[in-house]
Design a protein around this ligand. Structure first.
Ligand SMILES: N[C@@H](CCC(=O)N[C@@H](CS)C(=O)NCC(=O)O)C(=O)O
Length: 230
């Protein structure tokens, strides 16, 4: 199978939930990280310079056996299935999907403050996020996690649901979002435990060494600051 995952040179959850299942399962794929110039071209033309279609002019995009697939969830399902990190059972699969979509919702909660240019308004939005919105969502996630009998969100093994939450928490804990830090995660012991446990996975560690720390002085805005434990 010929597989390319196209995403920016960042360890953002939208890409990590698809890159990691392939890497963990030793499935070869092309980890394409377009330059700004390449991305400007794709945004304007709806395709990369090599002709790869970018259907919604957003990333990630998966190119699999010559077919372009867009949208984080669609790509993650395929890569999760290939890597054995997405359940066959439809109910279990739905339980995985609800977590990934919750991560998407948390991402959407954070987005407006990213776009806010007035520093006072931005600070107020971040205060609301840390005191209300994020703890509320983290509480829901933790309740689901602790209702399962294993260390994972669904079933007995790590799935893309765990990876999505892990990657989102790493982004928040990196401190790259001004006025939001790991402190907002700390009260949620179950989520902290999940985060720390995934960081101890030998293949995850290997992936981080290969992709998080290799370009310290270049484009990467936050990878170096993602903590190994909270
Ligand atoms: N609905 C899309 C959203 C993807 C998205 O928001 N991608 C952002 C990066 S995280 C993007 O491509 N931004 C660059 C741009 O729009 O120019 C998905 O689920 O994948």
């Amino acid at each position: 199978m010929d597989i390319k995952i196209i995403y920016f040179d960042l360890p953002f959850w939208r890409a990590e939930i698809s890159r990691l299942p392939l890497f963990i399962a030793n499935i070869k794929f092309d980890d394409v990280r377009p330059s700004d110039d390449d991305w400007d071209y794709a945004k304007e033309n709806g395709k990369m310079k090599d002709g790869t279609i970018i259907p919604f002019r957003e990333l990630p995009v998966l190119l699999i056996n010559g077919e372009s697939i867009a949208q984080t969830m669609a790509i993650a399902r395929i890569c999760g299935k290939l890597g054995g990190m997405y359940p066959e059972d439809i109910i279990e699969a739905g339980k995985v999907d609800q977590i990934v979509v919750a991560v998407e919702n948390i991402n959407a909660l954070l987005s407006p403050s990213m776009k806010e240019s007035d520093p006072t308004k931005k600070k107020a939005m971040r205060k609301e996020l840390t005191s209300n919105e994020l703890p509320t969502y983290f509480g829901y996630l933790q309740d689901i996690l602790s209702a399962n009998s294993s260390d994972w969100f669904v079933g007995e093994n790590m799935t893309i649901a765990d990876l999505a939450v892990w990657s989102l928490l790493g982004w928040i804990a990196s401190g790259v979002i001004d006025d939001i830090s790991a402190e907002v995660i700390q009260p949620f012991e179950g989520l902290v435990k999940l985060y720390n446990q995934i960081n101890k996975n030998p293949r995850v560690k290997e992936w981080k060494i290969q992709t998080y720390y290799y370009d310290k002085d270049q484009s990467d805005e936050y990878a170096d600051d993602i903590p190994d434990s909270i």
